[in-house]
Design a binder for this molecule. Structure first.
Ligand code: IDP
Ligand code: MG
Length: 152
C-alpha cells in the first residue's frame, strides 16, 4: 500500500472546510493511518518545503503555512499518491478541474487549501517528518476494504 501526507492548510481550517476536505479523501477510499490538528512551527514548515527554498514565493509560503493551525493526515491505499493528487487538483486553483478540492473550493495559488505528497518516496519522507511512529495506526483494516481494494 502506498502512503501519502495530506495537509489541510490554514486557509482550509479558517474557512471551516476541514470536514469537507477530509470527506473527499475518505470517500475516495483512502484509509486514515494518522491525523492531528497542530500549529506548525517555522522550522517544520521550512523543512517540509525545503525543495522550494530558492523560489521567490518561499518566504510567503512559509508564512502561509504557519499562519494558523492545520490538520495533517497520513493516508494509505493502492495508488494513494496519484489518487490524492487528482482529488486535490492542480497547483493553481483557477486551472484546477471542477470536482477537485482546489477546483471547487479555491481560486489563488497562494491559498490552495491542501497539500499532497508528489511521489511515493516523498510520501514516506513527509510522513516521517510530520509524525512520530507512535502517532500512526498501522496495519488496521476496515470491513469495507475488500469493496475498495480488489486484492486485500
Ligand atoms: P503542489 O502543492 O501542487 O505540489 P508545489 O509546486 O509543490 O505545488 O508548490 C508548493 C506550494 O507552494 C503550493 O501548493 C503553493 O501553496 C505554493 N506555491 C507554489 N507556487 C507558488 C507561487 O507561484 N506563488 C505563491 N505560492 C506558490
Ligand atoms: Mg508539491
Amino acid at each position: 500500500m502506498e502512503r501519502t501526507l495530506i495537509i489541510v492548510k490554514p486557509d482550509g481550517v479558517q474557512r471551516g472546510l476541514t470536514g469537507e476536505i477530509i470527506r473527499r479523501f475518505e470517500q475516495r477510499g483512502l484509509r486514515i493511518v494518522g491525523m492531528k490538528f497542530m500549529q506548525v512551527d517555522r522550522a517544520l514548515a521550512e523543512a517540509h518545503y525545503a525543495v522550494h527554498r530558492e523560489k521567490a514565493f518561499f518566504a510567503g509560503l512559509v508564512e502561509y503555512i504557519i499562519s494558523g493551525p492545520v490538520v495533517v493526515m497520513a493516508l494509505e491505499g493502492t495508488n494513494a499518491v496519484a489518487a490524492a493528487r487528482a482529488t486535490i487538483g492542480s497547483t493553481k486553483p483557477h486551472e484546477s478541474a471542477p470536482g477537485s478540492i482546489r477546483g471547487d473550493l479555491g481560486i489563488e495559488i497562494g491559498r490552495n487549501l491542501v497539500h499532497g505528497s508528489d511521489s511515493v518516496e516523498n510520501g514516506e519522507k513527509e510522513i516521517a517528518l510530520w509524525f512520530k511512529d507512535g502517532e500512526l495506526v498501522s496495519g488496521w483494516t476496515r470491513s469495507t476494504d475488500k469493496w475498495i481494494f480488489e486484492n486485500v
